[in-house]
Every structure is written in structure tokens, then in C-alpha cells.
Design a protein around this ligand. Structure first.
Ligand SMILES: [Zn+2]
Length: 90
């Protein structure tokens, strides 16, 4: 099974951050993000879903669906306590 197939299996069962996947596969975050882009195209009609990143201090939601890892700072309260976006497949 390829890494992408394994990621698909995992994301069908659990929500994961890209960082968690990178840790699990002991690879770079950028590689996981690339995998996720390919997966999104290859799993149709299923969908790669993404929960937005949010600020754990003031609950600000990062609306943009950016594929880049996670925002480093909250634009509202400047906190760096940001919960990363999570991915799953439905
Ligand atoms: Zn905030």
C-alpha cells in the first residue's frame, strides 16, 4: 500500500492534522500537504473535508481554506495559540 492509500485509510476513520500525519509517516509536512492535494483529486466522489484552523484564545476562525500548514498568528488577538486545520474523508 502506498503512503497515499494509507493516508486515505486513516482519514476515513479519524480526523488528523497534517502535522499528525507527518509525524506518523516520519516525513515533511510539505510532502503530506502534497499527498493531500493528490488525494483530494483521486478519491472522487468522496470528499476531502477540512475543519478550519481557529484561535484557541478568542475562537477566531480562519475561513480561507489554505493548504499551507497552519496560520502562525491570530489576526484578531495576535495569539499564537492556533489549532491547526484537520482533514478527513467522507
Ligand atoms: Zn485570537
Amino acid at each position: 500500500m502506498t503512503r497515499r492509500q494509507q493516508i486515505i485509510e486513516i482519514l476515513q476513520q479519524n480526523k488528523q492534522t497534517a502535522q499528525q500525519l507527518a509525524n506518523y509517516f516520519q516525513t515533511d509536512l510539505s510532502e503530506i500537504l502534497e499527498d493531500l492535494q493528490h488525494i483530494e483529486k483521486s478519491i472522487k466522489p468522496k470528499k476531502l473535508k477540512i475543519t478550519p484552523a481557529y484561535c484557541r484564545k478568542c475562537n477566531f476562525m480562519f475561513k480561507e481554506r489554505s493548504k499551507a500548514s497552519k496560520p502562525s498568528k491570530c489576526p484578531r488577538c495576535k495569539s499564537e495559540w492556533i489549532e491547526a486545520q484537520m482533514f478527513w474523508i467522507e
